[in-house]
Design a protein around this ligand. Structure first.
Ligand SMILES: Cc1ncc(COP(=O)(O)O)c(C=O)c1O
Length: 367
């Protein structure tokens, strides 16, 4: 940051100079998520149409808190929820800035329904523990089985609990068995793998339609710029208990956020541009890339593959114990995760421009 002032400048450099400075820095100093070698994180390069509409939206600064200050955007959000909720067996919901918030919203609703504690797996995302903490609910993490799924044999009675199952765990991309668990509220954190439901792999999420709520990050596998996610509910009246009205509000404020932008517009435009088939083709390309890389890793005696990938995430490590050093050479291509106390490389297929042959070449060179 040497080219940026250390203290708040007294005099401005002018909009043109600031725009040039920041445009150049953004272009040259950001992680290149759409690079052929990018295969590391759950952050896709956003679709061009979505990125352009985020910029255009910013020029009109619509606020979803007030329908009269966001007439088109409010309609669009209703429509896109009407499109997507039924895919998951849900009937209503709203957009929010990320699945951290979507999980918090779901567990808030669960508490209103009488849930007195939160039960999930040890591989659940940290936002679930965080939400329990914020809500003042005791939190319990049940061990996962050898495959990485919540081990149902270790579940004690959960009649008074909100149970959170994960569709696409952050570290391993594993989909918990989604069959209902007897409990006060069943939430599925489908932040990552939710969009698989729209593809030929949709059956991997069977059971999700029996949850009370579902969280999905559109800024992950729906290729949206941040901040775009949604919380969906099965019961049509579920949002009433998490809505606050009065004072200056003409309509009740639903959920955790107050003011929020029109993320539904780029999302709906992307879905119209691609159609369900076009979106599925992108995700299925990501899935095929993961399978191909897994096959190459599995066939190399110098490497150990943790397990066959099921939702676009795979884990591997060198058999000679050099994981730390190898990972240091693979920044941008691989990320990391701990499994059973050991370090593994992690690949996430969020980038439709990834080139598996080049990625494999880089991994081999790093060994
Ligand atoms: C399974 C899961 N849940 C929740 C989250 C949090 O989502 P966000 O980053 O959109 O807040 C993540 C993020 O990686 C995740 O992988």
């Amino acid at each position: 940051m040497q080219d940026f002032p250390a203290d708040l400048p007294a005099d401005g450099i002018g909009a043109e100079a600031a725009l040039a400075l920041f445009s150049d820095a953004i272009r040259t100093r950001s992680a290149r998520l759409g690079d052929a070698l990018a295969f590391a994180h759950m952050d896709p390069p956003p679709l061009d149409i979505a990125a352009q509409l985020v910029g255009l939206n910013a020029t009109v600064n619509q606020n979803l808190l007030h329908p009269e200050a966001s007439p088109f955007a409010t309609e669009v959000e209703r429509r896109v929820i009407d499109w997507l909720a039924p895919v998951f067996g849900m009937s209503c919901g709203h957009l929010c800035a990320g699945s951290t918030l979507a999980n918090l919203t779901a567990l808030w609703r669960a508490r209103e329904a009488g849930a007195r504690r939160v039960v999930t797996s040890t591989d659940a995302h940290v936002s679930v523990a965080k939400a329990a903490h914020i809500l003042g609910l005791p939190f319990q993490a049940v061990p996962v089985d050898a495959h990485g799924r919540l081990d149902r044999s270790q579940l004690e009675p959960t009649g008074d609990a909100a149970v959170v199952l994960t569709a696409g765990t952050t570290g391993r991309g594993v989909i918990d068995a989604l069959a209902p668990v007897p409990c006060r509220w069943l939430h599925v954190d489908a932040a990552w793998a939710g969009p698989l439901r729209l593809t030929r792999y949709g059956a991997r999420l069977d059971g999700i339609e029996q949850a009370d709520s579902v969280a999905i990050s559109a800024h992950k596998w729906l290729y949206q710029p941040k901040d775009s996610a949604m919380i969906l509910f099965r019961a049509a009246d579920a949002q009433e208990a998490i809505s606050f009205g009065g004072s200056y509000l003409a309509t009740p404020n639903v959920g955790v956020q107050g003011s929020r932008g029109a993320a539904a517009i780029p999302l709906m435009a992307s879905l119209m541009a691609l159609g369900r088939t076009g979106l599925a083709a992108l995700i299925e390309k990501n899935m095929a890339d993961t399978d191909e890389l897994a096959a190459r890793i599995g066939a190399d005696p110098r490497l150990e593959l943790k397990q066959a990938p099921e939702a676009g995430v795979l884990n591997w490590r060198p058999v000679d114990g050099s994981t730390v050093d190898v990972l240091a050479r693979l920044a941008g291509t691989s990320s990391r995760t701990m499994i059973d106390g050991a370090l593994w490389a992690r690949q996430v297929a969020a980038n439709p421009h990834a080139d598996v042959a080049s990625i494999w070449g880089r991994i081999r060179t790093a060994l």
